[in-house]
Design a protein around this ligand. Structure first.
Ligand SMILES: [Fe+2]
Ligand SMILES: [Fe+2]
Length: 215
């Protein structure tokens, strides 16, 4: 295993099991969205060895204090600022790996964009750079939708999430054009609703969620 892969494994290893699953499930929803957008070919062009840039959006949390991560989203203002730094930490990690691994540039660039910009908002109110609209890289816009959908659906110790599919899709729709790229929300909501009706994606959705949320 190369040094870069070891670094990724080490930092992911600092995350709780729940957070590792959160990264993986978000990656799965990114794949579903890209498939609905007919852009599924993108991922194969971005792989490095067998690693996908879709599976690391919150890896920067591996550099944060574990007490902060354990507070389950109920943060003070100061904690919020510390938490927001996860995008910078993650992005720097991929820059570092890019500098060490000559064949990892495309992977690191894609992963770095997802990590750095997945909390940007379509209306420019997000962080770290306040990018808006299509200035936010496509994969980061896709990740923003996949990330929040995953958070809404996952079971965070029974605390505040685990909405139904319909409730979660409705929540995305309410934030289309403010938080999220409305075109991506449209594609995801329409595709998922249709799939539920046609029972096409249902098996896949069930599989992802039963594998990852039942602990
Ligand atoms: Fe994040
Ligand atoms: Fe996340």
């Amino acid at each position: 295993m190369s040094e870069g892969e070891k670094m990724l494994r080490t930092v992911m290893g600092r995350l709780s099991r729940r957070e590792v699953y959160h990264n993986m499930v978000t990656g799965q929803y990114m794949r579903i969205i890209l498939r609905l957008m007919k852009r599924e070919h993108l991922e194969s062009q971005l792989m490095w060895h067998n690693l996908s840039p879709f599976d690391y959006h919150d890896i920067g949390k591996g550099f944060l204090d574990s007490d902060l991560l354990d507070s389950q989203g109920l943060y003070t203002k100061d904690q919020d600022l510390l938490m927001m730094a996860h995008v910078d930490y993650g992005s720097r990690l991929f820059q570092q790996i890019d500098g060490m691994e000559p064949d990892a540039h495309t992977f690191c660039r894609a992963a770095g964009q997802i990590v750095l910009y997945h909390h940007e908002c379509y209306d420019g109110s997000g962080y770290p750079d306040g990018l808006s609209g299509k200035d936010i890289p496509l994969l980061a816009r896709v990740c923003a939708v996949a990330n929040v959908y995953t958070r809404l659906r996952e079971n965070a110790g029974g605390l505040m999430y685990q909405r139904t599919i319909k409730e979660s899709l409705d929540a995305l729709k309410r934030s289309a054009g403010t938080f999220f790229d409305p075109d991506i929300v449209d594609v995801f909501v329409e595709g998922t609703t249709q799939a539920l009706m046609e029972k096409q994606l249902v098996h896949q959705l069930d599989l992802i969620e039963s594998n990852h949320f039942s602990f």
